[in-house]
Design a protein around this ligand. Structure first.
Ligand SMILES: *Cc1c(COP(=O)(O)O)cnc(C)c1O
Length: 358
């Protein structure tokens, strides 16, 4: 294996910059389980302010943030409505069932987007055949939906439906920063339709660790208890909270570069025979593309690219995911496109293959 040159597998692979590490070194810290870490407190206030909520809580991961979010709204035997490919249902080990005793009630969306008419199929009466549906969870941007931004008015309708039915609402906003930067709508505008919102610092923002859960002060007080029993109470956590604070200052606006690079990657891939992708569907920094079966499987192409130092993630038999982030520049995108092109050359039906140089 050559050294890894370009890692497109996820936006979680970024490493803290020298300036971020310096901010971590200088962090003023205390015991956060005793509520005495000034840097964690400052981060939580900043996140609450950005999201327009009364309070926020720093937690080790997005998975824990979602787990606590659901726990705040539901008891064992309840259920939450969600889109069937969402992270909570698909990628969190069924944790909300395992730990919270809360079932998911998944509905299949289009690219991760639900329509309000679909919600009418959810059980409404106190019929003992069904779990009690208490919560609607949405994800923005939607990871398996291809980094899709929830269309705003549609999202407002979904949340209004939930409120009319006295359901609570939780937003998995791991990449809500990307939606805010891409649309120009503030984080608070996106967040105001939800009771609780989870955001991640460890994705596109480039911090090494951490997520936050924001919501009403009484719920966040309760969330402190849940975090503790899950093992998420941390001591001098200001060391990592400082990285998140640094990221909020310096790494939010630059997400626009990731989006431009993702579009550049999609445009380049689109021109390669055997690859299917619609560049106009790339809303943010996640790029999913399909391979013709006679060209290559996703595993095979990912393996061949990996040998050349370009890492992408196989995500289904014919699907590859490539993600742009802090450590990927436009020239890296061009190099990745060229490498993919070389690896597939001559394989697609109708592709003339390598040019003969005289
Ligand atoms: C990454 C991610 C999470 C979970 O975050 P971890 O920190 O990896 O636990 C939750 N939701 C979405 C949409 C994510 O992309």
């Amino acid at each position: 294996m050559p050294p890894i040159l370009l890692d497109f597998r996820s936006d979680t692979v970024t490493r803290p910059t020298a300036a971020m590490r310096a901010a971590m070194t200088e962090a003023v810290v205390g015991d956060d389980v005793w509520g005495e870490d000034p840097t964690a407190i400052r981060l939580q206030q900043r996140v609450a302010e950005l999201l327009g909520k009364e309070a926020a809580l720093f937690v080790p991961s997005g998975t824990m943030s979602n787990l606590i979010g659901v726990r705040l709204h539901c008891r064992a035997g309840d259920a939450m409505i969600c889109e069937s490919q969402c992270h909570i249902h698909y990628y969190e080990q069924g944790g909300t069932a395992q730990i919270n005793g809360v079932a998911t009630w998944p509905l299949a969306g289009i690219n991760g987007i639900l329509h309000v008419d679909q919600l009418e199929s959810v059980p409404r009466d106190d019929d003992s055949h069904f779990p009690r549906v208490r919560l609607l969870c949405l994800e923005n941007t939607h990871n398996r939906g291809g980094g899709r931004i929830q269309p705003y008015e549609n999202m407002v309708r979904l949340c209004a439906w939930a409120r009319d039915r006295q359901l609570r609402t939780h937003l998995d906003g791991a990449r809500l920063w990307n939606a805010a930067v891409a649309t120009g709508r503030t984080m608070a505008e996106w967040a105001r339709h939800f009771d609780t919102v989870s955001v991640c610092f460890s994705k596109g923002l480039g911090a090494p660790v951490g997520s936050a859960l924001a919501g009403p002060a009484d719920l966040i007080r309760e969330a402190v208890r849940h975090r503790k029993v899950l093992g998420g109470g941390m001591r001098q956590v200001g060391i990592v909270a400082a990285a998140a604070l640094y990221a909020l200052e310096h790494h939010v606006d630059r997400l626009a570069d990731d989006h431009a690079n993702a579009r550049r990657l999609a445009d380049g891939l689109h021109s390669i025979p055997g690859i299917h992708i619609d560049p106009t569907e790339i809303d943010t920094n996640l790029v999913y593309f399909q391979l013709d079966a006679e060209c290559s499987t996703a595993d095979e192409l990912a393996e061949r690219l990996g040998r050349r130092g370009v890492l992408m993630a196989s995500s289904g038999r014919q699907t590859i995911r490539a993600v742009t982030h802090l450590d990927i520049a436009a020239v890296d995108v061009d190099r990745a496109i060229e490498t993919v092109h070389e690896e597939l050359r001559g394989r697609a039906v109708g592709d003339p293959g390598p040019l003969l140089h005289g």
